[in-house]
Ligand binder design. Structure first.
Ligand code: ATP
Ligand code: MG
Length: 782
């Protein structure tokens, strides 16, 4: 090993070192934010490999987000190099997918199962509820989905749910649950909660399988343990065991780290019970507390502490730092959300100008995803490079979902939700009636929808008219063609191209006059690019081809691509559809929700929208339990910062097209006044008056404040949607443009006229040169 023991322990404090070197009994590390929990976890892995003779293949590390998993893999690779590849480092969901694909045979299912995300799930539940004649007004699909998900998180199956039901809602839920589950199985699909629940089931039902994994993974490490739900806790317990197996395999070594004050996923069933009762769940636990914070200044810690200490029933922690008082918190009261965004942008620019922070040092947090738009608008206008993390919007677009549905059907022909989605997309004469006839036939024969379609081709679906039957035959043949392509090992991008061509999907968009359709084409091209890059990067990963796990999709394969897309669209997301991080020095500003920021750190953090009704969320105001969760969220937000925190709020903010006036967040009032340096504490005389945030802001954004005033009166979409109507953006060589996604660019070539005009644009900073159809790209000329 290249790292000696002393090396690995040199930059740890005694408590951390103890956690890293601890051997044997279960280990629980509980400590506040920034105290080095994640560092302990990664270092422990390195120590296991270097000093305790563990093989990478014996290690399983679980993180909460894909981003954190990637970061951990990277940190470990820095320490141990290529050997890191044999470890399992992933989120719970990815780990379970891997486990289930390997063990699909044991479970009697195909390893090519589809993963249904929230949208697919809701679609299927809608279908089921309709078939069961459930009143959609009284029990909307969304409600049913939440209840079913909660049951799964508690490992309650449909039968037990039915047995335990005591009121009409619970009975309905149990009924839908049972049928939903039956259809999932028929469709060879699993939803996110199934991934965990089925994995638990696998280990509990097949002791020999459980033993195999226990032998294999001698070390299991879990980060952010406070956010595990009951199903995940059980999974961990089944993996490591608490007693030797019959054939004498000892429990694996378990190490979990967490902070009850950072538990922010109660809405997904996370429970701090798991951390609080760890010592009871796992006998002989060694518990280690870490008390030194290495991340933040004293000012930041004091502010975070002031907020979290208001929560009832918590264990108080002593967290100290020797990094000094540091800067005061920058406070700002904005007239409205546009003014707030202008302040943030202005401040970032000023910091960059003064050389105090690079763009990549800065993160902007908000409570909910929809708050990002205002920031994006102003960042685009000002040419501030940024990226939005956790924006799954790309994968939510209709055309992208359509294309992915084709791929999913190719990978898993039984996938009903995807199959029904594309049945008549683009239109091919299979109308709703025909679909209903086929669905009824499937129901009656207790076969899958896919099987029913095949029977329709063979003329065995009585009520189908000949024209529909012919259309179905054409459709099935089309799918068979794609399947053949996939079987021959075609690349994902080529399959996508074939789908777009042969189905006529591209032609339909091409021929359309709707400017929206031009941008749809662009998104599809983007998806094809994502697929190409995916295949290329799979080819580059050292050792990727050496993964001999049976059932794991081959690197770069269609199944692997779909798996990644599904899991990426889960909680967090790859930064941009094209996935690449900007490598230039200044980097980009990161925008994200507080939830996504968990575990991360940035020198400069802007916490925005600190208003009662926004943060804390409206829903939490009268609910002590939810308010406590919001407070933990505030604690997470503040403690992400290393050097500087800004806290801002807006007097008015549009919500549902109406300007709302919100009081200051109660969390703001809880922070001692002497910690905050208010840049502006009183709103300007009238909301929306042209008083810009900073000198710089006033200069660059000119009429913007006036526009902000308009937006404050409900015109939410005026400012940057203009491009949708400017079908003919006229560009000449040398023009400067600003693109929604790629930022600032210069036109190096221009061609054609009208909606078909194209231009080649050099987006200098990010090193990308792109040819674009100008029809309706999200771009403005500067
Ligand atoms: P969170 O609760 O937010 O997840 P954490 O407890 O996991 O935080 P880390 O992210 O591991 O904390 O560490 C916070 C920062 O402190 C990191 O930049 C880390 O490198 C640094 N750090 C941790 N321990 C030490 C140490 N002993 N010496 C120097 N720096 C340290
Ligand atoms: Mg951490």
């Amino acid at each position: 090993a290249s790292h000696g023991r002393a090396d690995l322990l040199a930059d740890l404090n005694p408590a951390q070192a103890e956690a890293v070197t601890h051997t044997g009994a279960p280990l629980l590390v509980v400590a506040g934010a920034g105290s080095g929990k994640t560092r302990v976890l990664t270092r422990r892995i390195a120590y296991l490999l270097a000093e305790r003779g563990a093989h990478p293949g014996q290690i399983m590390a679980i993180t909460f987000t894909n981003k954190a998993a990637a970061e951990m893999r990277e940190r470990v690779a820095d320490l141990v190099g290529r050997r890191a590849n044999a470890m399992w480092v992933s989120t719970f969901h990815s780990m379970c997918v891997r486990l289930l694909r390997r063990e699909a045979k044991t479970l009697g299912m195909s390893s090519s199962f589809s993963i249904y995300d929230a949208d697919d799930t809701r679609r299927l539940i809608t279908l089921v509820a309709r078939d069961l004649d459930i009143d959609a007004k009284r029990y909307p699909a969304r409600t049913l989905a939440v209840h079913i998900s909660n049951l799964k998180n508690e490992l309650v199956d449909a039968e037990s749910a039915a047995a335990a039901a005591t009121n009409d809602l619970e009975r309905r839920v149990a009924e839908v649950y049972a049928e939903y589950q039956r259809r999932l199985v028929l469709a060879n699909a699993m939803d996110f909660d199934d991934l965990i629940m089925r994995s638990v089931g696998l280990l509990q039902t097949f002791p020999d399988v459980a033993e195999y994994y226990r032998r294999r993974f001698r070390h299991v490490l879990v980060d952010e343990y406070q956010d595990t739900n009951h199903a995940q806790y059980t999974l961990v317990r089944e993996l490591v065991g608490v007693e030797p197996t019959e054939s004498g395999v000892e429990p694996s070594e378990l190490c979990v780290v967490g902070d009850a004050d950072q538990s922010i996923y109660a809405f997904r069933g996370a429970t701090i019970r798991n951390i609080e009762e760890f010592e009871r769940d796992f006998p002989n636990t060694r518990t280690i507390l870490l008390e030194q914070n290495y991340r933040s200044t004293q000012t930041i810690l004091s502010a975070a502490n002031a907020v979290i200490s208001r929560n009832p029933n918590r264990r108080d922690k002593r967290l100290w730092t020797d990094s000094g008082e540091g800067e005061k918190i920058g406070g700002y009261v904005a007239d409205n959300e546009h003014d707030e965004a202008a302040f943030v942008a202005g401040e970032i620019d000023a910091l960059a100008d003064r050389g105090e922070a690079r763009y990549s040092d800065v993160a902007v947090f908000y409570r909910t995803n929809n708050q990002s738009r205002v920031f994006e608008e102003i960042f685009i206008r000002l040419g501030l490079p940024y990226r939005v993390v956790g924006g799954v919007r790309f994968y939510e677009r209709r055309e992208v979902r359509d294309a992915l549905a084709y791929l999913r059907v190719i990978a898993n022909p039984e996938d009903t939700v995807s199959l029904r989605r594309i049945l008549n997309v683009p239109k091919r004469g299979i109308g709703e009636r025909a679909e209903a006839v086929v669905a009824a036939h499937a129901e009656q024969e207790r076969i899958s929808f896919a099987a029913a379609l095949r029977e329709a081709v063979e003329g065995r679906v009585a009520l189908l008219n000949p024209r529909s039957a012919r259309a179905i035959t054409g459709f099935v043949e089309l799918l068979d063609g794609f399947q053949a392509l996939a079987d021959e090992g075609a690349e994902v991008a080529d399959i996508l191209e074939a789908v777009m061509e042969r189905t006529g999907y591209r032609a339909e968009l091409d021929e359309s006059d709707d400017p929206q359709d031009a941008s749809r084409l662009e998104n599809l091209d983007e998806l094809i690019t994502v697929a190409r890059e995916f295949t290329e990067s799979a080819a580059e990963v050292p050792g990727a081809a050496e993964d001999e796990d049976a059932g794991v999709p081959q690197a770069g394969s269609l199944a692997a691509f779909l798996e990644r897309v599904s899991l990426v669209a889960d909680a967090d997301s790859i930064p941009t559809p094209d996935g690449e991080d900007d490598q230039d020095d200044a980097g980009v500003v990161t925008l994200m929700t507080v939830h996504t920021a968990k575990g991360l750190e940035y020198p400069v953090v802007f916490c925005t929208g600190w208003e009662d009704g926004v943060f804390p969320h409206l829903r939490a105001l009268g609910e002590p339990a939810e308010l406590a969760e919001e407070r933990r969220l505030a604690y997470v937000a503040i403690t992400r910062a290393r050097k500087r925190v800004y806290l801002s709020r807006a007097i008015t903010r549009s919500a549902w097209g109406q300007p709302m006036t919100n009081p200051a967040s109660r969390f703001l009032d809880e922070i001692p006044a002497e910690l905050i340096d208010w840049r502006r504490e009183e709103p300007s005389s009238s909301a929306g008056s042209p008083r810009a945030a900073t000198t710089w802001g006033r200069r660059s954004i000119g009429g913007d404040s006036a526009q902000a005033g308009l937006a404050g009166r409900g015109m939410r979409t005026t400012s940057f949607k203009g491009w949708q109507n400017t079908a003919a953006l006229k560009l000449e060589v040398g023009d400067r443009v600003s693109h929604d996604k790629y930022g600032l660019g210069t036109v190096v070539e221009a061609d054609g006229d009208g909606p078909r005009a194209t231009a080649t644009i050099d987006f200098g900073g990010s090193g990308r040169v792109k040819l674009m159809l100008l029809g309706s790209v999200p771009m403005v000329k500067l």
